[in-house]
Design a binder for this molecule. Sequence first.
Ligand SMILES: [Zn+2]
Length: 91
Amino acid sequence: MGPHPGRRGDIMGEIADMMLEGLLDEETGEYIGDQNIKRYGFSSPGFPVSYEREWRKSSAPEFVCDICKKPLKSRRGLLQHQRDKHNKRWR
Ligand SMILES: [Zn+2]
């Protein structure tokens, strides 16, 4: 706690409000008004937005088990899954 907990609380509350309105990225707290204008026509669309999360989702590679078609989050997870579920051996 800092010397001005009340004041700090107000600032945190404002940031939370701006995140809820979509003016700041919900995950990073970064100002995303310019990106919002391009997409929604407003700097704050009125609901939480996170370009960071979207970027992560769209760039996350999907690993699908070629044996049972189960999607895995990582190559490591895929190898582990195939070893555990299909008794596949890896060097
Ligand atoms: Zn599988």
